[in-house]
Design a binder for this molecule. Structure first.
Ligand code: PMV
Length: 333
């Protein structure tokens, strides 16, 4: 059958201004806008094969059968593709990260974006980044941003806005920035971001303050990017990160994604700025690792110095990368 198999590749992304909190859980819409960098070379490659006679969808992640919650999220995405395309078959999905899952970068953004692109292509739907972005967003809002390359914005969604998509802001070549990841722990994060956002919304006295502050910080990040002003961008990014984490820490029970080593790295980044004159700025997501934004030319030095911080297990370096693409199969453009 035409287009029954397709493979897609999507890069991870890191938010410069953070999404935390949903305005609509049915459509999985973010309550605040966010801006990210799509990161090369960190990539997920996913193959979707719709198979005659298969009784149920199957999902393998890095060669291992997926856990029930992961499978369920993939099935929901496939159900949307089946509804749009009229294709009724069940799918066999194989997904691989070229970066270790324990690298400290969320694989859900690249994973759901690659799955959305491959599933649409395998079902014979046209290759349209906005459609891929909206489909990925239902599963993981940050995944909507990996549909595009370079610097990408996901606006906040109004309740019921089913087709909300991310939008490209600037190409990867806009600015030679780098992200150095300082990995501070092995294993998976303890509280999944959706659960953490729900707890923050229900119980944190600072959730509304976060909602009030986030759009202004997002505007600052966009302005810093547009004018290639690393101080302006970096300061807004750090404040967005800390405001997000402050709202989570004030939840009941308090939600700490930071570990002691996270703070060690955070302080080391300040030291890089104050003592070494290097424009480096820190951010962290729903996990203990620190991602450090700096100029590409200074990234080797940043990586070397962060590697010496107590508690840092290893570092890796990433650069602005391309949006999702279908590498094999029936790409209908
Ligand atoms: O899209 P999710 O459910 O993986 O949530 C991502 C949330 C953060 O990574 C903490 C922030 C962001 O904007 O990526």
């Amino acid at each position: 059958m035409k287009g029954a198999t397709a493979t897609a590749r999507a890069h991870a992304n890191i938010a410069l201004s953070k999404y935390w909190g949903k305005s609509d859980t049915t459509y999985n819409l973010p309550a605040v806008p966010s801006i990210s960098i799509t990161l090369a070379p960190l990539v997920t490659e996913t193959r979707v094969r719709f198979v005659d006679g298969l009784g149920e969808d199957r999902l393998e992640l890095d060669g291992q059968a997926a856990r029930p919650r992961e499978l369920q999220r993939a099935v929901e995405l496939l159900d949307r593709v089946r509804a749009e395309s009229g294709m009724a078959l069940r799918a066999d999905i194989q997904s691989r990260n070229d970066f270790p899952t324990a690298a400290g970068l969320a694989s859900s953004a690249s994973g759901f974006c690659a799955l959305a692109a491959a599933a649409r292509a395998a079902a014979g739907l046209p290759f349209e980044r906005p459609a891929i972005s909206a489909l990925a967003r239902w599963s993981s809002a940050s995944a909507a941003r990996s549909a595009f390359g370079g610097y990408v914005e996901l606006p906040a969604g109004a309740p019921g806005e089913a087709h909300l998509t991310a939008e490209p802001l600037f190409d990867p070549s806009h600015w030679e920035l780098a992200i150095v990841v300082a990995v501070t722990a092995e294993g998976r994060k303890s509280v999944a971001s959706t659960d953490g956002m729900g707890l923050t919304k229900r119980t944190s006295p600072y959730y509304n303050a976060w909602l009030a502050a986030a759009p202004g910080l997002n505007d600052e990040v966009r302005a810093g990017l547009a004018s290639r002003d690393l101080q302006r961008l970096g300061r807004a990014m750090e404040q967005s990160t800390l405001a997000m984490h402050a709202s989570a820490i004030a939840a009941d029970p308090g939600l700490f994604y930071f570990q002691p080593a996270t703070l060690e790295v955070w302080m080391a980044v300040r030291h890089l700025r104050d003592e070494h004159g290097i424009s480096a700025f820190a951010t962290a997501d729903a996990g203990p690792h620190v991602k450090v934004l700096c100029r590409r030319s200074e990234a080797p030095e940043v990586e070397r110095l962060l590697g010496e911080v107590p508690g840092v297990l290893r570092t890796l370096r990433a650069l602005p990368g391309a949006g999702v693409h279908v590498v094999e199969g029936e790409e209908v453009t």
